[in-house]
Design a binder for this molecule. Structure first.
Ligand SMILES: C[S@@+](CC[C@H](N)C(=O)[O-])C[C@H]1O[C@@H](n2cnc3c(N)ncnc32)[C@H](O)[C@@H]1O
Length: 275
């Protein structure tokens, strides 16, 4: 996708001197919607952990496979929390390849991610971007764009992929609110950065430095804590595992052979009818 300058997009509210999660992640994925400060941090991450770009790609692969699994099971509407900058294999592209009638509401707090998303989706009737903090669940649910695209009387896929580690306090409270808003048969997809014990000291150091320089600091969580995020949802096989081990395709297995686990947990939950 060609990307005009941010001023051409009329992006307000961004700070090009402060790294943003959306832009650093974009830089790791090889995108161009990022600033010097983001690229420097991405480079520092790659110096500390040469596989950081592979980890970001593995997370995208999980997102794609999880959305594919939901489509196979008949879920055709999605709320993508912390959707990030548009990149290869966007959720609406995966959905519309399988089902052109599928609906997607992207949600992100980052003004650059929202501006690029809106530009990409111009003229697209079945996908939109809501600018909101995912902690403001009411704002997301009551946004007219959400109401126009999502039918809350039918199952919804709630995607919280690589976003809850930016929520220091009570991420489960956010998920509870979304669980209360959707019907049985809805799904919850989560990926989440693991704990320092599973990372090199260098990576932990880079993350700690990032945390002092950004408005979206990272919080590590253990596998048990990520399992707890599925309280109220029925975790489906293979449960909470590394993103690369979540229903990998044969090519994923080949590509990641001998490279070691990816330090990001992943899982999919299904909302059962009340008993
Ligand atoms: C690492 S990116 C993940 C993008 C995409 N979900 C994926 O997995 O490829 C995290 C995104 O979450 C967004 N984010 C962080 N905290 C947020 C919050 N409180 N509310 C909404 N979005 C948030 C960031 O702006 C960023 O775009």
């Amino acid at each position: 996708m060609s990307r005009p300058s941010d001023s051409a997009l009329g992006v307000t509210g961004m700070n090009p001197d402060q790294p943003s999660a959306a832009r650093v992640y974009d830089a790791l994925l090889g995108g161009s919607a990022n600033f010097e400060v983001d690229r420097l941090l991405a480079q520092r991450m790659l110096l500390a952990e040469p596989q950081a770009a592979r980890f970001a790609q593995a997370n995208r692969g999980f997102l794609r496979r999880a959305v594919g699994a939901l489509l196979d099971e008949g879920v055709d509407q999605f709320v993508d929390l912390g959707s990030g900058l548009p990149t290869v294999g966007n959720v609406h592209e995966v959905v519309h390849d399988a089902d052109p009638q599928g609906r997607i509401v992207y949600v992100d707090v980052d003004p650059v991610a929202v501006a690029y998303g809106r530009q990409l989706l111009a003229g697209e009737e079945r996908a939109t971007v809501v600018q909101a903090d995912i902690r403001d669940v009411d704002a997301i649910l009551s946004d007219p764009a959400t109401g126009r695209l999502i039918d809350f009387d039918r199952p919804v896929g709630i995607l919280a992929v690589a976003v809850l580690h930016f929520i220091a306090e009570d991420p489960a409270g956010i998920l509870d609110r979304f669980r209360a808003a959707v019907v049985a048969g809805s799904r919850l997809v989560v990926s989440h950065l693991t704990t320092p014990a599973q990372m090199s000291r260098e990576v932990v150091g880079v993350v700690q430095r990032y945390n002092t320089s950004t408005t979206t600091p990272l919080t590590f969580r253990s596998r048990d804590q990520v399992v707890d995020l599925f309280t109220g949802w029925e975790l489906v096989p293979p449960g909470v595992v590394s993103v690369d081990q979540w229903r990998p395709e044969p090519t994923d297995v080949e590509e990641s052979a001998d490279l070691g686990p990816v330090p990001i947990w992943a899982g999919l939950g299904r909302l059962s009818p009340p008993v």
